[in-house]
Each structure stands twice: as structure tokens, then as C-alpha cells.
Design a protein around this ligand. Sequence first.
Ligand code: HEC
Ligand code: HEC
Length: 456
Amino acid sequence: MRRHMLSVSRVLVASGLLCLSFGCQPAAAEKTGLSNSTSVGGLEGSGEGQASISETGAEGDAIVDERVLVVQVQLPSSELTAGIPGDGPLTTAQIQSWIDDPVNHAPVSFELPLGLNKGTGQVHIPEDNLLTKAKIELGRQLYFDTRMSGDGTIACASCHHPDFGYARPDQFGVGIKGQTGNRNSPVSYNRLFSRAQFWDGRADSLETQAKGPIQSPIEHGSNHEDAVRAIAGVEGYQIQFEKIFGSGSLNIDNIARAIASFERVIVTGASGFDYYEQLKPFLDDFNEEDLAELKEEDPEAYAKYEVAKAGAEEHPMSDSAIRGHALFFSEKVGCTACHVGANFTDEKYHNLGIGMDQEKPDLGRFSETNDDKDRGAFKTPTIRNVALSAPYMHDGSQKTLEEVVEWYAKGGHPNSHLSDKIKKIDLTAEDKQDLVDFMHALTGDFPYVEQQRIPE
Ligand code: HEC
Ligand code: HEC
């Protein structure tokens, strides 16, 4: 997996507004004492700049003037997930000095990468759980910490591991004492675009979702009380919860808030597809002559063309992937009837017939809604970076993308609730390979995520 090491960070001194890339809202008063001021004028030019946060003068200004700091990042950003600086085990002293730095409690504002930025309007961050670097870092530690499980062996990462595309290369998730359920581990990146979580959408937020596995007898195999007690027994965690959420705040809801915040910034970078899409309007609408004209008459637009061209050259799609792109978006093949938008999902539930040949099929969304039309329907998964997270489907029954394409070509498995959008598609062997190659071109950069450093 490619890693995205470069990240741009800026600290802005803002008025009492939290400006996310999708608009501004009043900054919630967090327990840092920093965000309480709401009465400073507009954005201060002096606070802007490419300075890295530890060196910026803005930090000092903010303490003196009680201004609201905004940490601005371009996602994917390794800076948010690289862990507290240092090597070896994460010591209490290192945690203390990190947590005492006010910048780590400033609201984080971010820009989404090329392509995914079209989904800006879909981003969901609850008002009572705004992002800060300290909260994201705490969530990172908890995500990798096995101490929340019944026997100290299982963490979120056991089934959603960065090395396996934030999933697990087994048919089913494997929890405590090697137990398995009946569903495949879905990916845990780009989750900030979705409200409903799980294959059947039974959790309404990442916060609600995160509480589930801890008390599942076949996942973490613990309960909330014991998990909280285990975390509260670690001094480094006590210090962080106290400073981030306030005193007496080490509870399951705040554990879930921290984990959800970490997950929200696991956003993947632009893929070959996104660079191709950026260039495509120019390829479609301009010939050589038009481009020469554009250069003369609209230098700004021409500069955009040059950026798009350079991007596509650096992240090329193969001819086969380009043909697959056309098929994927075509009416004939119709993948975009469901895999649509910035994150390639309509966030809806469909029956493709997966597992419907079983004696007692998993009825998916139906068990949540009891609505007959939801029988055997499962949430459309993102297919960004899908080449990294085999096996596929809610039951992990398909081992390769080739198998997935065969499934669609034959029109799924007939059953009384099969989606009317699923029908037999006439595809040549080349078409099938092109679709697979297109899906490979949906792989982007991932942020670097520290996996080892959790509190002693
Ligand atoms: C034993 C393996 C296992 C462990 C441990 C585990 N998960 Fe999962 N996770 C799964 C499976 C399987 C699903 C799908 C279950 C379903 O849909 O019913 C899932 C679903 C999810 C989803 C929903 C994704 C989507 O597309 O809707 C998220 C997010 C997630 N897990 C995050 C976490 C977090 C955070 C933790 C730790 C607190 C965790 N998981 C622990 C296996 C696991
Ligand atoms: C009717 C809506 C719909 C259409 C059309 C559709 N998909 Fe899907 N796709 C889904 C759903 C729903 C799932 C999960 C189904 C399940 O597990 O039961 C899925 C799963 C997948 C997966 C597996 C992802 C994973 O992480 O397990 C891939 C890959 C995929 N689709 C690619 C495609 C391609 C390629 C096309 C076009 C040939 C296509 N899809 C057309 C809804 C659709």
C-alpha cells in the first residue's frame, strides 16, 4: 500500500467560528479553555501560513489572546495519525507533554482529497464530537489496544488492519478465541461519508458502531464496564481523557467518540481514476487547436489543464482501466446505479442474491426494518481501494474481483427479492478484465498510521 507522507498543515487564528472545508459553525466550547473565546474579529492574515504547528507564532498568540485556533490539514494526512512523537513504548511523560500542548486541542479543519472532495456535503461529524488532534490520537491508541478485549488479544485492528486495507483477509472477522461470525469485515476508511454503519446499517453513527464490537461475545468478548475499567487502569489514558473530555469522563461513550474521530480521518487519497476524471473534460471537449487557443485566451483555465495533465501522467490509468471506466459508468453495465458519488456508494441496501442459496440465508437489512423488500439486502460498500481488501461481499464468499465481476455478469443469484437493477450483462472476457482493471485504478494513498505506540 502506498503511503502518503507529505501533508500540509496550517494553523489559523480564527474568530469563534469553526471553519470546516464545508462551511463554518460556532466552535463548541471544549475543555481546553482555548475555544471559549468567540469575540475576535475575522480571520487574521498573520496567523495563516505554511508553518508547522509546533513552530507557529499563532499558538502563542492564541493563548495570550484566547483566540480559537484551527488546525488545518489536507487529507490524507499522516500528521494526524503518526502518533505522539517519540520511539519505543509510549510513556506517561510523553503523553503529558503532548496533552499539555494547546494546539492539540484546537479544532481540526480539513480539506478532502481530489475526487472525494465531491462528497464534502456528505461528511458527517456530530456537533458534540468535533475533531481535535488529541482526540484523534487517543482514538488511534484505543483502535490498536487489545486491553479492551476479554483476554487481551483483540483490537479493532484485528479485523480492520491498515496492512490489509483496513479489513481482514479472511472470509469472516476473527475475534476472541478464534471465533468467527457470519459476516466479512468491511473496510474502516472513508467512513466519514456515511451515517449508517454495518452491512445492515444498524448503527446510526461511527460512535454507536464503535461500542458494538467491545461487548460482542465473538469479537472483543468483553463488556463496556470491564473495557472502561481496563482503560482506566492505564495512567496515560486517564491523563488524556481528563484533558480531552473533562474530569470523570472516562466512559464508553467517550471511548467511542475518540475511536470514531480516529476513523474519520482515515481518508484515502486521490487514485488514478480521480486524476483521470480531472483531465477528462479537457480530453472530451478540446482538441490541440482548442488547447492552443485556451492558452492564449484563458491562461487560468489553461493552467488548470496543465495541472490535470501532470496529475494524470503521474498517476496513469492503463488503457484497459480506461475502457473499464467507460463500462462501469455505462447504462449497459450500470455499476453506478448503486456505486455512485464520491465514495462509490448510494448508501442504500440491495439484494444481489449473495448467500441466498443457503438454507437459512442472512436476511441483512430485513432484520433491522422487518420490511419485506429488505430481505437479503445489504449496504452498498465503497469500492475505493477495493483491490486491497479481498475477500468480498457481506459473507466474504467471493475471493477475487474477477469472481465479483462474474457474479454481476450472470445477473446475481435469482431469488424472490433480487434487486431489479441486477440483470444478466453480456460481457466479453476483455470487458470483464477491463472492469477489474478499473477497480484497481481506484486505489489511492493512505495516511501513515502508527500501530505500535500505545500507553505503557
Ligand atoms: C472480530 C472482528 C472484528 C473486530 C474485533 C471489530 N470489527 Fe468492526 N466489523 C467486523 C465485522 C464482521 C463487521 C460487519 C458486521 C455487520 O455488518 O454485521 C464490522 C463492521 C464495522 C464497521 C462498519 C463499516 C461499514 O462499512 O458499515 C466499522 C466502522 C467497524 N467495524 C469498526 C470497528 C471498530 C472501531 C472496532 C473496535 C472497537 C471494530 N470494528 C472491531 C469485524 C470486527
Ligand atoms: C443494485 C445495486 C448494485 C449494482 C448495480 C452494483 N453493485 Fe456492487 N455491490 C452492491 C451491494 C449491495 C454489494 C454488497 C452485497 C452483499 O454483500 O450482499 C456490492 C458489492 C460489490 C463489491 C464487493 C465490495 C466489498 O468490499 O465486498 C464489488 C467489488 C462491487 N460490488 C463491484 C460492482 C461492479 C463492478 C458493478 C457493476 C458491474 C456493481 N458492483 C454493480 C450493490 C450494487
